[in-house]
Design a protein around this ligand. Structure first.
Ligand SMILES: [Zn+2]
Length: 213
């Protein structure tokens, strides 16, 4: 007999999961019975109990997903490619019944509650998509804004938490990083106008001695 193999945390997690699954499968009837006995219809739960049930369900599916991620992706991609017409149809249905408006309204509500948090979320997503180097916390970003005196670095306009936008001096799409040193505060107009260029002079400053040609 050889020395017992040392398992990584990941392997141990999978093994434990398989063990539980096997047990569950061989006692399926038992589980089904007790579930039936213990099941309480949603309508008779208090708000707190509903929240608790949701939390447990989320926890369970997250656990399942973390172990079966590859399987899940393969399966869904496979299903999608075989049923692409159905997918498009379903998306159209969702659009027709105003799904987008609901999503937009929810996002707006969240945005009004905490604009910087929402922007931070959007930017993280974008940076992940662009595969950018580096990262920064919200605090580091706000420190950068304070360093520039809450003014747009391009036109000098005063900024508030609501009008502030984050500009990457070197754009993410050009390989710029998410490190704080690559960030400057800008107003929305300048940020949009600048696009992915490295230098930018707003039109209002051009030709009156402030801007570069
Ligand atoms: Zn500006």
């Amino acid at each position: 007999m050889g020395r017992p193999k040392v398992l990584t945390d990941e392997e141990r997690k999978v093994r434990e999961y398989e063990r539980q699954k096997k047990y569950h499968e061989s006692h399926r009837e038992l589980y089904r019975e007790s579930a039936k006995r213990l099941y309480v219809p949603i309508s008779s739960l208090t708000e707190e109990e509903k929240a608790e049930r949701r939390r447990l369900q989320n926890e369970r599916s997250r656990k399942w997903y973390s172990i079966n991620k590859d399987k899940h992706l393969l399966r869904t991609n496979d299903w999608r490619s075989r049923n692409i017409d159905r997918v498009n149809e379903r998306n159209q249905e969702r659009r027709d019944c105003g799904y987008r408006a609901v999503e937009r309204a929810n996002w707006k509500k969240r945005f009004e509650a905490d604009p910087e948090k929402c922007r931070q979320y959007e930017r993280r997503r974008r940076a992940r998509r662009m595969d950018a180097q580096g990262f920064h916390s919200l605090d580091k970003w706000i420190a950068r804004v304070e360093y520039h005196g809450w003014k747009c670095v391009y036109c000098g306009k005063d900024l508030t938490r609501k009008t502030l936008t984050k500009d990457h001096r070197i754009a993410l799409s050009r390989g710029g990083s998410e490190w704080p040193s690559n960030l400057v505060p800008a107003c929305k107009k300048c940020n949009c106008g600048k696009g992915d260029r490295t230098h930018y002079t707003p039109r209002t400053l051009k030709g009156d001695g402030h801007g570069e040609a």
